[in-house]
Design a protein around this ligand. Structure first.
Ligand code: TRP
Length: 446
């Protein structure tokens, strides 16, 4: 297939699209609970270090492959490999990425469905006057009800696949434009309120004063996986977006802006959530339910709390929507690249992800006792293995491809900087990012 002519409407639109992909569950749901489970500040520090040393350079690698190929991930990889006289088998990396996002989207849609549930509950005023224990109990009851959860999972996936079927670059731009400023505003409000509570001081200490005693090699693996997840890197999903990147734009500038926005959202959410945790004497290591049992309580204290809470869940829903659209894109683009119509491709992807998602849904009810591996439920496994192993592995291969295999002239052009910028990127990827991923994976897993 020939190179695509489709482009994002402007440079700003590209940055917004990538930010939309990056900001999602990772920042507001996964970041707080995984930080809580891994001891706070030391984990945060590792995660930020990985964003800088791995996330950003590999993100550039991934996007530049798409930009240089201007095709679906599989085709871009195959095409660029051929140009360099390397094996066409590199295109299977695109398939591996598609498999990774398939796994991720399956639980992503289920958890985003929880946002729908909480949004509706909040609009109905169901949280008004509830204490911490009651909110937690309500959440448990919801988890144990597979029918309600299947319903919200279905609805969310349907919303996602409808937009994907229509072609990504159109509907998304306007949505992102509105969403990010509003989300920031609400998070600032929430963090500002948190500063007036007694848990604020302990929350800051917990988040920013590292205690390295608790850091094991496995904590490195968690932090690395999270850096990839939150930046949406390692599964060829941003590669798919890179194919539509405008001609004149510097990749490092775009990617730097995205990372700042992304980490900012996570920090604000973390401050707000941990302030509640310490004010209420809750357990930071509460797990995946953490934001669901803290946020209703935080908002309940504010004037018009139910209104703010509803608005907040609505914004979160939009944020996860733009992320899940990105998660679906590489699968749909690959199928489309093989000659399938976009609508049919979206339907096929939607149905398979829906079925896989049931595994996550049932993990809290019928399959609650099923521990196939490492004494973890199906939900724990699917939220851990693809993120912490597949993404770093995919990112590693993408980095090797971009910095060693593909024609370096094309890589330079696609990075969109001068010679010095390109050399710097190349050195960092070759001698820092690539060895670091290998080191962390080997040390953590062996
Ligand atoms: N970054 C998103 C989040 O933090 C999730 C996401 C979107 C993602 N697209 C991706 C993760 C591609 C891995 C690969 O919620």
């Amino acid at each position: 297939m020939n190179a695509t002519q489709e482009r994002w409407g402007s440079r700003r639109a590209f940055i917004l699209a990538v930010t939309g992909a990056a900001v999602g569950l990772g920042n507001i749901w996964r970041f707080p609970y995984i930080t809580g489970e891994n001891g706070g500040a030391a984990f945060l520090l590792l995660y930020v270090a990985f964003v800088l040393l791995l996330g950003l350079p590999v993100m550039m690698a991934e996007i530049l492959v798409g930009r240089a190929g201007r095709r679906s991930p599989m085709q871009s990889l195959g095409y660029l490999a051929t140009q360099a006289g390397a094996s066409r088998h590199w295109r299977w990396l695109g398939l591996f990425g598609a498999f990774t996002v398939f796994c991720i989207l399956s639980f992503y849609s289920v958890v985003s469905g929880w946002f729908i549930e909480f949004f509706v509950a909040s609009v109905n005023g169901n949280f008004v006057g509830l204490g911490a224990a009651e909110v937690a109990a309500g959440f448990e009851t919801f988890l144990a009800d597979p029918r309600r959860m299947t319903f919200t999972h279905t609805l969310f996936l349907f919303m996602t696949m409808t937009v994907v079927a229509a072609g990504v670059s159109k509907g998304l731009e306007r949505l992102n434009n509105l969403l990010m400023p509003l989300l920031y505003l609400l998070l600032l409000l929430l963090a500002g309120y948190a500063a007036t509570t007694e848990g604020f001081g302990p929350a800051l200490v917990w988040l920013f004063r590292p205690d390295f005693a608790a850091v094991t090699p496995l904590v490195f693996v968690h932090a690395m996986g999270h850096a990839f997840f939150t930046l949406a890197v390692g599964a060829c999903a941003l590669m798919a977006y890179g194919a539509y990147m405008p001609e004149r734009q510097s990749l490092p500038h775009a990617v730097g802006a995205v990372a700042v926005l992304d980490v900012g959202v996570a920090l604000l959410a973390g401050i707000a959530i941990f302030s509640v945790v310490f004010t209420q004497g809750m357990d930071p290591a509460e797990g995946p339910g953490l934001m669901f049992v803290t946020l209703p309580i935080a908002f309940a204290e504010l004037p018009w709390g139910a209104l703010w809470l509803s608005l907040f869940f609505l914004l979160l829903l939009l944020a996860t929507w733009t992320s899940s659209i990105n998660l679906a894109e590489p699968m749909v683009a690959n199928l489309q690249g093989r000659g399938m119509g976009r609508g049919r491709a979206a339907a096929a992807v939607g149905i398979s992800v829906w079925v896989m998602g049931l595994l996550s849904v049932f993990s809290f009810s019928y399959l609650a006792e099923w521990r196939p591996l490492f004494n973890m439920t199906a939900f724990d496994l699917i939220t851990t293995i693809p993120t912490e192993i597949f993404l770093p592995l995919g990112g590693l291969l993408i980095a090797v491809f971009a910095a060693w295999i593909m024609p370096q002239e094309l890589a330079k052009a696609a990075l969109g900087t001068g010679e010095t910028g390109f050399r710097l990127w190349q050195v960092v990827v070759r001698w820092i990012s690539i060895p670091l991923v290998v080191l962390v994976l080997v040390a953590g897993l062996v």
